[in-house]
Design a binder for this molecule. Structure first.
Ligand SMILES: [Mn+2]
Length: 389
């Protein structure tokens, strides 16, 4: 069976308030071309389809379009699970219509799907969370575990070893595969461990509950969602394909990909990754002064780039200058970097503001850093004003 693995679409996600739906639409169109060209039998979408639990009509429209095109009128199988960003009920609302198109959307862990015809394929057997599929005369057993939160599992994680518990659920799930056919797991979790490619780095994700690679069962393919960077844990054939477009500036050093695997059974896979185009990269520029900033803004106006702009300056930018720079709608943020604190002081004194220098400082600091300056910072600021550096 030939599968295509994608995840973390985050449909409807914005960057500094700007929509990414056009990039997402381009990706979906490309994904359908890839599925066609590769003649895949089954598409696996490993969660975080939407960016939030209340997606916009635009995002939902794109999801339905994607489902319709990927399923190809029931010729291709499509299986979807919710991630931590999705509202499972909302995601699976189309299930009753989806069946005839060959689309299976899981809502909860341990959900038992109906046996029978889905689009052009058959669910021959169904277990709690698992299905035995026959599609284009090829068979596989697929065990799906939607994002296993405490609420979804109705368990108290403070009292259990989370990693072992998830490992046990998955092991029990695939034990239901009684045929000698490929075993596939799809889930949305945070896996830690060595990738087995000589890449011994352990990934960290701010205190998120992690499942150790060692606790994952031996199957033919584990389709993972949650981490936005592609990762291959080859010794367990567990894969994060990552998100299809970059969602933050620090992500852009990773290529965006989808994974294709032909599962021949008995852990014999042909694996291939397809690089995705970066339709609109997120780029940080640093320029000297407002004049250069305005020039850059004009020069890049027609470029397909999202821009974070840092401006080295020893004076405040005027409203007029900011307006000119912001004519380029791709500029997400303008960040002045002050090169001379003394001029900052003068600038304050030159304004007609009735506020004190300190009040202005607090306002500026709060605006640029999102928090009020600490007592120490305020004291340091006053000391700097006095010391006349
Ligand atoms: Mn996630």
């Amino acid at each position: 069976m030939k599968i295509l693995h994608s995840s973390d679409w985050h449909l409807g996600k914005k960057l500094e308030g700007q929509k990414r739906i056009e990039e997402q639409r381009k990706f979906i169109e490309k994904l359908v071309v890839i599925a066609d060209n590769e003649e895949v039998d089954l598409v696996l979408l490993a969660g975080d389809i939407y960016d939030n639990s209340n997606p916009s009509a635009e995002a939902e429209n794109l999801f339905f379009t994607a489902m319709k095109m990927l399923a190809k009128n029931g010729k291709r199988g499509v299986i979807v699970i919710p991630g931590n960003h999705d509202n499972p009920q909302r995601l699976s609302v189309a299930n009753s219509l989806a069946k005839e198109f060959g689309i299976i959307i899981y809502e909860t862990p341990f959900e038992k799907k109906e046996v029978g015809r889905y689009g052009n394929f058959q669910v021959k057997r169904s277990t709690e969370g698992g299905i035995e599929l026959e599609i284009n005369n090829k068979k596989a057993f697929i065990y799906c575990l939607p994002y296993p939160s405490e609420v979804a599992l109705n368990e108290d994680f403070t009292e259990i070893d989370y990693s072992k518990r998830i490992g046990d659920i998955l092991k029990k799930g695939i034990e239901e595969n009684r045929e000698n056919i490929p075993n596939i797991i799809m889930t949305h979790i945070f896996v830690t461990g060595s990738s087995g490619d000589g890449d011994e780095r352990t990934i960290e994700l701010g205190g998120s509950l992690a499942v150790s690679l060692e606790d994952l069962p031996e199957v033919d393919y584990i389709a993972l969602g949650h981490i936005h960077r592609p990762m291959k844990f080859t010794k367990k054939r567990a894969y994060y394909c990552g998100s299809p477009i970059e969602y933050r500036i620090n992500e852009n050093k990773y290529d965006k990909r989808v994974f294709i695997a032909t599962l021949n059974g008995n852990f014999n896979n042909e694996f291939k990754e397809i690089e995705l185009e970066n339709y609109k990269p997120i780029i940080k520029y640093r320029v000297n002064g407002a004049e250069e900033a305005i020039l850059l803004s004009e020069k890049k106006e027609l470029n397909q780039e999202w821009i974070y702009l840092e401006i080295l300056t020893d004076v405040y930018l005027s409203n007029e200058e900011i307006k000119k720079i912001k004519r380029n709608k791709n500029i997400l943020e303008i960040k002045p970097l002050f090169t001379n604190i003394r001029n900052l002081e003068l600038e304050f004194q030159d304004t007609n503001s009735k506020k004190t220098i300190l009040e202005n400082f607090i306002e500026y600091f709060s605006e640029s850093d999102g928090v009020e300056p600490s007592k120490e910072t305020k004291e340091l600021f006053l000391k700097m004003l006095e010391s006349d550096i």
